[in-house]
Design a protein. Structure first.
Length: 180
C-alpha cells in the first residue's frame, strides 16, 4: 500500500507502536496511513507509528464500516469457522499478516454456560515478549469475536508457552512475508 497523507479531522485516541501506550492525536495533525488491515489503521506521525482503531476512521476522512451480525437465538452455538474468520481480520500493526496466519493463535474453544450463552476462549501469543501492543491486539481479537452470532462473551489470553517462532507462520503468511 502506498502511504496516504491525511490531516486529522478531529482529536482521536490511538495506541503508540510498539509500546501500546495510549495517546490522543490532535485535530489538524498531519499523518501518513502506512497500513490498513482488518479495519484498523497504522499511521506515521511526528512521534512515530501509531494505531487508530476502525471506529475512528472518520478522523482520517475514511468511512467507518460497521460490521454487525443478527444474533442467533439464545443457546444456538456460534459457528467455529465464523470465529476463525473474525480472527483472520486481526493484524499486528507492524506486520501485514493476520494473527492466525502469523501463527499467534494457539487455541480457540467455545463453551456453553448453564443459561445457554456461549463463550469463546482464545489463547494467543505475540512475536516478541516485550511487545506493548499485546493488549491492543488481544482487545481487537475480542471485539471481532463478539461480532459472531451466538457469542455472548469472549476472553483472549496472551501466553508465552510455547514461545512463538517463524515456523508457526502458515504457508500463506510466509508467502505474504516473502519467506518462501
Amino acid at each position: 500500500m502506498q502511504s496516504k497523507e491525511r490531516t486529522l479531522l478531529r482529536d482521536v485516541d490511538a495506541s503508540q507502536i510498539p509500546s501500546g501506550d495510549k495517546l490522543t492525536l490532535s485535530a489538524g495533525s498531519k499523518v501518513f496511513i502506512t497500513q490498513t488491515l482488518g479495519g484498523s489503521y497504522t499511521v506515521m506521525t511526528d512521534i512515530g507509528l501509531v494505531r487508530i482503531a476502525s471506529q475512528n476512521a472518520d478522523a482520517l476522512g475514511e468511512q467507518v464500516v460497521e460490521t454487525a451480525f443478527v444474533p442467533k437465538a439464545t443457546g444456538e452455538a456460534p459457528d467455529p469457522e465464523a470465529v476463525w474468520s473474525q480472527l483472520r481480520q486481526v493484524f499486528d500493526p507492524e506486520i501485514p499478516v493476520n494473527i492466525v496466519d502469523l501463527g499467534l493463535v494457539y487455541s480457540m474453544d467455545i463453551s456453553q454456560a448453564d443459561d445457554g450463552a456461549h463463550k469463546v476462549d482464545v489463547a494467543m501469543t505475540l512475536t516478541a515478549p516485550g511487545c506493548g501492543m499485546g493488549p491492543v491486539i488481544a482487545e481487537a481479537a475480542q471485539n471481532k469475536i463478539l461480532l459472531v452470532p451466538g457469542v455472548a462473551a469472549a476472553d483472549v489470553r496472551i501466553t508465552w508457552d510455547p514461545a512463538w517462532n517463524q515456523s508457526m507462520i502458515s504457508e500463506e503468511g510466509k508467502m505474504k512475508l516473502g519467506l518462501i
